[in-house]
Design a binder for this molecule. Structure first.
Ligand SMILES: Cc1ncc(C[n+]2csc(CCOP(=O)(O)OP(=O)(O)O)c2C)c(N)n1
Ligand SMILES: [Mg+2]
Length: 896
């Protein structure tokens, strides 16, 4: 077929007529058949063109205009004038909070311009959409953009929930009477904030899994489906984070229409434009639409409606799509004359179009994200959308209302101070009823309770069920499962060799059957269940699938088939540790967010734990998350074969700084049982805001019975107990051997070697938790420092080892830094053996030799310590080295 571009008679004039005819045809079809018919015809034409070889360029974008046409906007139900007054007061107080804090203590920080750009986005939510938790309704979960916190505080002040004193102490949390935390932190404000968001990217990621978890609770019948929503407010710059966009396909796949992202597209991040040379709104639209989200662009305010509806509306829309964000930002700073020349001036038709507008009018044309009507319409469409999550891309101005002080400027993110003139300008722009004299002090302002503003705002919140954000952590305690459930683990396995992972899975299986706790347990795996031998649970409790199982699994004839189920209990997350961790957080905080005491057990490759998702673990801690993180295939030498990337010898160290996290490296079934039972007691029965990290290994060995004796259970929980005393207590030379996890077996072997070959009486201790020992010692030491006049207290480790004779040697599958971290309180210095350096693909035996932590090295370290104390001659040690077949010139794993 001839390409008509070459045809001379097909002139631009002819093409213009043709275009007009097509347009008229489309108008006709739309009028007669409605939008569905238009789409049908589009499809028909597309297919026809494809058959003729026309290759259609793919785009998931729509033109650079609002997604919702004015005719589809619902009526705005609020009192616009009153809402504007309220919003202005919130703006003022939010700004004043930061300005005053920085006057008081220069450098204390805070942000004005983020909230300034987002005020309408929040206020429309507060007045019309955000529903609080009430008796039988879980409430909406709202993730507020971290650095917009001043705006949320300012509103709570108007609501009467925060006092002027609170606002005065913004970022002064240690002030008398308390203050307000810089950002949303449930740890610091447990009755207020629900979810921390200021580590960019984590909020949106957690929001997706929160919405998914809400579905899970509904599908499993743990809560009634009443349409609760998860709202996540984020910055456009924040979408640079891989976490922000990394899970959006899951939200679409799971059809999470209970999830709404509101992205504040002020086109700026901290340093400058987000996409100076592109268009962030279009980029995000492509990403979200392309994965199946309902993307709603709110770019232009009502002021643009008549312009876009005019006969040059299409040209205007085209022009809007031609401008890069850096230029759009310049329009804000430069004003009307510049906009006329550079934007409209490109086409004579557009210049004509705005002829009747003054420069000032042009600059004042409101953008979508600042227009309550447009924002309301977008939210309305989002909350009523079925079958997919929604994202609202709202165009705003960073630092809106700050004028010369920063509106649209690159410095605006950091703007914390306003001079007198700027404050006056702000007052004028938002009609704040303060005198000139008053304004200079930037006072907080709250109209009386009976003012129309406060009455209105209270009425709106009452209608929506109460105040948000609000965190309510009261919940009935769950009974701790009885000892009978754990009893089998206290007796050992005789000669049967099992791993601590197998033990853990068995405990989990039993807990899942527990009458009161069972249904609340949430097992989570990132495509690793078979690694940990958990496949029996597939059948026992099922894998959660919102759709149910739509196919017959290939292994349907086997006992342990891959059972997916709408009421399945296991969250099989696929290969996403951040996603699985986000589920852990949702499940571990449901007690506070929904009043449902779910208890997650998240088991994963320990190397892909803290090292990979450390920041999420920090967020979990902040959120007072409860549950068990279980690092499987743990231990640098216990995980044989896998090599450098998989062999974890440091997760316990990475877990050390998390204040409310208890960490354990258990060796035997009974230790695990004692720790898990007590953990459930503390978290679910006593409601302590703690969570647990346990490492479990895949090495099979006989599980020992729990030693008799007082203090064993206490010792397991506090971090240290005597596991196997020496058979030679009266030997002249003595040693204390400390082992953890699977390496405890090496200490037990060394005990025999020392006793049998060298006549050294060695006691073996299990160190279940260096972290617990250290924290106890630090606490005691601090008490002693602060109470000089009283009898000093003695740390647990010191008490327990007080009378332990001989030299001290510790070995674990982790860095030597762990034993070193408690050495200060040990009555004797501890010689530490550990796994500094990179792992290797090798057998356990070879690895334990390479890292110098096997029974031979423990023996050597004990002998050499004895020699240093003068209890043994160096030549005996030298001979022992040869007897033990240790090569003194072998490479140092620390550097190898
Ligand atoms: C993980 C992380 N990295 C860096 C920061 C520091 N930071 C705080 S706000 C900000 C810019 C945010 O820009 P944007 O998301 O567009 O928000 P806006 O203030 O423009 O609404 C940055 C880099 C952070 N809080 N978290
Ligand atoms: Mg931004």
């Amino acid at each position: 077929m001839a390409r008509s571009a070459a045809n001379k008679t097909y002139s631009p004039e002819v093409q213009a007529i043709e275009a007009e005819e097509w347009r008229e045809s489309l108008d006709y079809v739309l009028h007669e058949g409605g939008p569905e018919r238009v789409i049908e015809l589009f499809e028909l034409l597309k297919k026809h063109a494809a058959r003729l070889g026309v290759k259609e360029p793919f785009t998931a974008n729509t033109p650079y205009v609002n997604t919702i046409p004015p005719e589809d906007e619902p009526r705005f139900p609020g009192n616009r004038a009153l809402e504007r007054r309220i919003k202005s007061l919130v703006r003022w107080n939010a700004m004043a909070m930061v300005v005053r804090a920085n006057k008081e203590s220069p450098g204390i920080g805070g942000h004005i311009s983020s909230f300034a750009s987002a005020a309408t986005l929040y206020e429309v939510g507060f007045n019309h959409f955000f529903r609080a938790r009430t008796g039988d309704f879980t409430g909406d979960i709202i993730l507020f953009q971290g650095h917009s916190a001043p705006g949320v505080y300012a509103r709570a002040f108007l609501e009467g929930r925060l006092s002027q004193g609170h606002l005065e102490n913004f970022r002064r949390e240690l002030a008398t009477g308390g203050g307000l935390s810089s950002y949303p932190h449930p740890w610091l404000m447990p009755d207020f904030w629900q979810i921390p968001t200021v580590s960019m990217g984590l909020g949106p990621l957690m929001a997706i899994y929160q919405a998914r978890f809400l579905r899970y609770l509904e599908d499993r019948g743990l809560t009634a489906a009443k349409g609760a929503k998860v709202w996540a407010f984020l910055g456009d710059g924040e979408t640079d984070e891989p976490e922000t966009l990394g899970a959006i396909s899951l939200a679409a796949r799971e059809k999470l229409d209970n999830l709404i992202f509101v992205i504040n597209c002020n086109l700026q991040r901290l340093d400058g434009p987000v996409r100076g040379n592109g268009q962030i709104i279009q980029e995000l639209e492509r990403n979200f639409r392309g994965t199946g989200w309902n993307a709603i662009k709110v770019i232009w305010g009502r002021d643009f409606d008549p312009l876009l509806a005019s006969k040059h509306g299409d040209l205007l829309a085209q022009r809007m799509g031609e401008i890069v964000d850096g230029e759009y930002q310049k329009y804000i700073v430069e004003g009307g004359a510049y906009i006329r020349e550079h934007f409209y001036g490109q086409y004579p038709e557009l210049l004509d179009l705005v002829q009747g507008y003054s420069d000032d009018d042009l600059a004042k044309l409101r953008l979508g994200g600042h227009d309550p009507q447009k924002v309301y319409a977008a939210y309305y469409h989002a909350v009523n959308h079925k079958g997919a999550p929604s994202v609202i891309l709202a165009r705003t101005v960073k630092g809106y209302g700050l004028g010369e002080a920063g509106e649209g400027k690159n410095i605006t993110h950091q703007q914390k101070k306003l001079n007198e003139a700027e404050l006056l300008q702000f007052r004028k722009r938002f009609d704040i009823p303060l005198s000139e004299e008053e304004v200079t002090h930037a006072p907080f302002f709250r109209p009386p309770d009976d003012s129309p503003e406060i009455q209105y705002l209270q009425e709106r919140r009452r209608a929506l069920g109460g105040y948000v954000p609000r965190r309510v952590a009261t919940m009935d305690p769950l009974p701790t499962p009885g000892e009978d459930l754990f009893d089998e683990f206290y007796h050992g396995t005789d000669d049967r060799e099992v791993s601590t992972t197998m033990v853990f899975v068995r405990i989990l299986g039993k807990l899942l059957r527990d009458k009161s706790l069972g249904k609340y347990i949430v097992p989570i795996v990132p495509d690793e269940a078979r690694t940990f031998g958990m496949e029996a649970l597939f059948r026992q409790v099922g894998i959660y699938a919102s759709t149910g199982q739509l196919y017959e699994p290939v292994d349907s004839d086997s006992l342990l088939y891959y059972k997916e189920d709408k009421s399945g209990q296991i969250l099989e997350e696929g290969i996403t540790e951040p996603g699985a961790m986000s589920s852990f957080i949702a499940a571990g905080t449901a007690y506070a967010n929904y009043g449902i005491p779910t208890l997650p057990f998240y088991i994963y490759y320990s190397m892909f734990g803290f090292q990979r998702i450390g920041d999420l673990a920090w967020a979990a801690a902040d959120m007072r998350c409860r549950g068990f993180l279980v690092g499987g295939t743990a231990g640098r030498t216990t995980l044989a074969g896998e090599g450098l990337q998989h062999q974890d010898g440091h997760s316990h160290l990475l877990a050390l700084p998390v204040p409310n996290l208890l960490t354990y490296d258990p060796a035997f079934a009974y230790e695990l049982a004692v720790i898990i039972r007590d953990g459930i007691r503390r978290m679910m029965t006593e409601h302590e805001d703690i969570f647990y990290y346990l490492t479990v290994g895949n090495e099979n060995y006989a599980m020992q019975p729990m030693p008799d004796g007082e203090g064993v259970r206490e010792g397991i929980l506090r971090g240290l107990y005597l596991m196997k005393p020496s058979t030679l207590p009266d030997a002249p030379r003595r040693a204390q051997l400390f082992g953890s996890g699977s390496i405890l077996n090496e200490a037990l072997k060394a005990q025999r070697i020392l006793e049998e070959r060298y006549g050294v009486g060695a006691d073996v201790w299990s160190v279940t938790s260096y972290k617990e020992l250290r924290r106890d010692a630090l606490e005691t030491e601090r008490w002693n420092l602060l109470h000089p006049g009283q009898a000093p207290r003695v740390p647990y480790i010191t008490q327990v080892l007080q009378d332990a004779p001989g030299v001290f040697v510790a070995a674990s599958d982790y860095l030597k830094a762990l034993p070193d971290s408690v050495s200060r309180w040990s009555p004797k210095p501890i010689y530490a053996l550990g796994t500094e350096g990179f792992g290797r693909s090798e057998s356990r035996v070879a690895l334990r030799d390479f890292f110098e932590i096997d029974a031979r090295y423990i023996t050597l370290a004990a002998l050499s310590s004895l020699a240093r104390e003068g209890q043994m001659s160096p030549s005996t040690v030298d001979q022992a080295l040869r007897d033990l077949d240790i090569n003194p010139e072998k490479p140092n794993p620390l550097r190898a």
